[in-house]
Design a protein around this ligand. Structure first.
Ligand code: SF4
Ligand code: SF4
Length: 310
């Protein structure tokens, strides 16, 4: 039994949008990118974090009294608590969470061994029916490449279909380690211009595109690109054309385009972070359909949102 540990922040069963059949999604913590539109902000930092729901807080300050690091302060005039996140030691006991009887505090992230995670996956397996499997997501699963690789290997050995979502931003040798055990790969293309990519995500796209080329030529997995369409950032004719040309150049012609949404906005509040895309509008359904037609007219299979054949 492997005792390799990973830090995950969610497991969701019965997903039908992230690979074939009914699937169990496993979300891993840690990501090297900083996309302003990220819908899983609790997946970005590679450590456990407190999430605070002000609407559930009754202001009895039991959490403040429990914290030995003085990382929680009473709010002004009995108002909501203030978490001094620099001061928080992320103590293993999580006494503040234990002290709160109102579920206003919870922690994002818990450590699990490969064996423990495999037990949960095997338990879900009974409900998948035929054609299901697991999908690793995040955060960026390759940020914990050793754990990711060990989980994929165990699934491969157990005849479990595997898929992964990736930003493409990890050393090539790490992809080489996991690709033999991967059936499907959803690969983000956020922008084709290196400077625009850096402006939107904090990193250039050179490593990402290089990895996509190598995966297309050496990997045996099904490679499906994904792009969140962000008006004013990556939905220009120029960028769509460059995306289509890149896909043709590596002979991979499947893309799933997604509309920007704000389902993660409350999680920014719970983490005490700004959500810079709060007021940004997503692409209209007409614009999404135009983009779909653009790719289809260039002999690329394109699906909008969850309207996929898998
Ligand atoms: S213990 Fe819970 S309900 Fe009480 S102040 Fe802290 S977060 Fe709010
Ligand atoms: S996790 Fe520990 S250190 Fe951080 S606020 Fe809670 S009790 Fe204090």
């Amino acid at each position: 039994m492997s005792e390799k540990r990973g830090l995950i922040f969610d497991i969701q069963g019965f997903s039908v949008h992230d690979g074939p059949g009914c699937r169990t999604l496993v979300f891993l913590k840690g990501c090297p990118l900083r996309c302003g539109w990220c819908s899983n902000p609790e997946g970005i930092d590679p450590f456990r974090e407190l999430m605070y729901s002000q609407s559930q807080c009754i202001g009895d300050y039991a959490c403040r009294d429990a914290c030995k690091s003085q990382a929680i302060q009473a709010g002004q005039e009995g108002g909501p608590i203030v978490i001094e996140r620099e001061q928080c030691q992320r103590c293993s006991d999580l006494e503040c969470v234990d002290a709160c009887d109102h579920n206003a505090l919870r922690v994002a992230g818990h450590y699990t061994t490969v064996a423990e995670l495999m037990n949960k996956i095997q338990r879900d397996r009974a409900y998948w029916g035929t054609g299901g499997g697991i999908t690793l997501s995040g955060g960026e699963p390759m940020f914990q490449h050793e754990f990711t690789g060990a989980v994929l290997r165990r699934c491969y050995e157990s005849y479990i279909h595997t898929a992964m979502e990736t930003s493409g931003y990890a050393p090539w040798k790490h992809y080489q380690e996991v690709l033999p055990d991967l059936d499907w790969l959803f690969f983000d293309l956020k922008h084709m211009d290196p400077d625009m990519h850096k402006g939107g995500t904090g990193v250039s796209n050179e490593l990402i595109l290089d990895n996509a080329r190598k995966i297309a030529s050496e990997g045996e997995c099904r490679l499906i690109f994904r792009m969140v369409m962000i008006p004013g950032f990556n939905d220009s004719l120029e960028n769509l054309t460059a995306t289509a040309e890149f896909m043709h150049s590596i002979d991979k012609k499947e893309i799933n385009i997604l509309s920007l949404h704000h389902l993660g906005s409350s999680k920014y509040d719970m983490l005490g972070r700004e959500y810079p895309f709060r007021d940004r509008k997503g692409a209209s359904s007409e614009r999404m359909e135009e983009a779909r037609a653009f790719f289809v007219n260039r002999s690329i299979e394109c699906w909008v949102g969850s309207n996929t054949p898998f």
